[in-house]
Design a protein. Structure first.
Length: 116
């Protein structure tokens, strides 16, 4: 694997540099019978139809880990934003379609300590 070049801090969005940003780390495995293509389609739909329009959304990355594990890494403007989106998620069919792709998913929130 080739290491990526560091991104200059000046090129990051201002919201990404805010000390109040909350990082959501959600590791999961694909549910039985779900293909990678289905996951990517549901992930793209969630991003395009819901997350990128939410005023507190900052940035998101879907990553593939070793051993068949995945993780959704989402940066939110603050804790209030996280609470608002989590309240919306159970009623939203786009979230539902994405969550059905996951098996044994768990979410962990982290408060940024330092950005280098």
């Amino acid at each position: 694997m080739t290491a990526a070049s560091p991104v200059p801090m000046s090129s990051l969005p201002a919201a990404f540099l805010d000390a109040n940003v909350v990082v959501e780390w959600a590791p999961f495995r694909l549910a039985d019978g779900v293909s990678e293509a289905e996951l990517l389609s549901a992930s793209d739909r969630l991003h395009e139809e819901v997350l990128r329009h939410h005023p507190g959304f900052v940035h998101r990355e879907l990553v593939r880990l070793e051993g068949g594990q995945w993780a959704d890494l989402v940066f939110w403007r603050n804790q209030e934003t996280v609470q608002a989106i989590m309240a919306q998620a159970p009623r939203d069919p786009v979230f539902g379609a994405y969550f059905r792709c996951m098996k044994d998913g768990s979410m962990a929130l982290a408060q940024r300590v330092r950005l280098y």
